[in-house]
Design a binder for this molecule. Structure first.
Ligand code: UTP
Length: 292
């Protein structure tokens, strides 16, 4: 069943304004959580589910992403010479994965970025992963979504429960729970006010879609901020076909936001065998200083 989805799209052409000035000339997706760029977490998440072909949607100042997934002969030779096998294995980990790149000429929204992927996707289902949503155990989410797609043959969107007061930061679904954690979506509302939200189930940056989305995207008019929104296109799809939400209940971080990025960094540094001891000691010291 996992073999049904072989391609993934990673949109990475956004302006990253929440991280300025760091993102003025460097991609947000290359910001590291501990020692790995955010985008690599997303790639590893997808490869763990059998995805082999990646299309990264890039824009201005995004060359570092292409370089990161390319081979680095000089560095490899140096690591080999100095016997640093662990580091060599680490940088060669994604050697057999195929990467293609398409440039989004202007940051016209996530929907527009996905539309740029049309020639790559052809007529297959595909995954979309937003790499600023970092999910430490994301492979199980993607695996379950791909399995569900195999069963239902309908687009599947990951959703997660958020606090009522936070709904206005997300796209929220209105759905009927058909079986535990699986919702048939009736409607989608972009950033509702807490009192007007149909649920507390937020869309969270992982999708399994079919090529039907491209027609829906082409029909979309620019929405909020003049951008073509993926949420609007999925809403358009609902008129013609079933779309399901899959509930994710584990840990995730919105690392495209400074606070989310810092939280992810602290948590993942504490889980890193090389760093946990020293970093924990530092945090304990810091917390006691803050208490004084
Ligand atoms: P975000 O809205 O989180 O990213 O888009 P952003 O626009 O880069 O950042 P801010 O809000 O200005 O700080 C989610 C994902 O969609 C991509 C982004 O690169 C990010 O990975 N995206 C967004 C595109 O590829 N193209 C776009 O036009 C917009």
């Amino acid at each position: 069943m996992e073999g049904t989805v072989k391609k993934a799209i990673l949109p990475a052409a956004g302006l990253g304004t929440r991280f300025l000035p760091a993102t003025k000339a460097s991609p947000k997706e290359m910001l590291p959580i501990v020692d790995k760029p955010m985008i690599q977490y997303a790639v590893e998440e997808a490869t763990a589910c059998g995805i082999e072909d990646f299309l990264i949607i890039t824009g201005k100042h995004k060359r570092a992403i292409e370089d990161h997934f390319d081979s680095a002969f000089e560095l490899e030779a140096n690591l080999k010479r100095s016997g640093k096998k662990n580091l060599l294995d680490e940088i060669n980990k994604l050697r057999d994965v195929n990467f293609a790149y398409i440039r989004q000429k202007a940051a016209l929204g996530l929907g527009h970025a996905v539309l740029c992927a049309r020639p790559f996707v052809k007529d297959e289902p595909f995954a979309v992963l937003l790499s600023d949503i970092v999910i430490p155990r994301g492979d199980s989410l993607m695996r379950n979504m791909i399995r569900l797609y195999g069963k239902l043959k309908c687009p599947i969107i990951a959703v997660t429960k958020v606090k009522r007061e936070e709904v206005s930061r997300y796209g929220i679904i209105d759905g009927i729970e058909e079986s535990a954690g699986i919702y048939r979506i009736k409607d989608l509302v972009e950033k509702p006010r807490p009192g007007e939200s149909p649920s507390d189930l937020a869309i969270m940056g992982r999708y399994v879609l079919t090529p039907d989305i491209f027609g829906a995207l082409r029909r979309c008019r620019p929405g909020r901020g003049g951008e073509i929104q993926l949420t609007d296109a999925i809403k358009g799809l609902l008129k013609k076909q079933a779309v399901y939400g899959y509930l994710f209940e584990d840990r995730w971080y919105d690392a495209g936001d400074k606070l989310g990025f810092l939280t992810a960094t602290v948590d993942m540094a504490l889980e890193n065998p090389e760093l946990s001891k020293g970093f924990r000691r530092h945090l304990i010291r810091k917390i006691s200083e803050l208490k004084e």
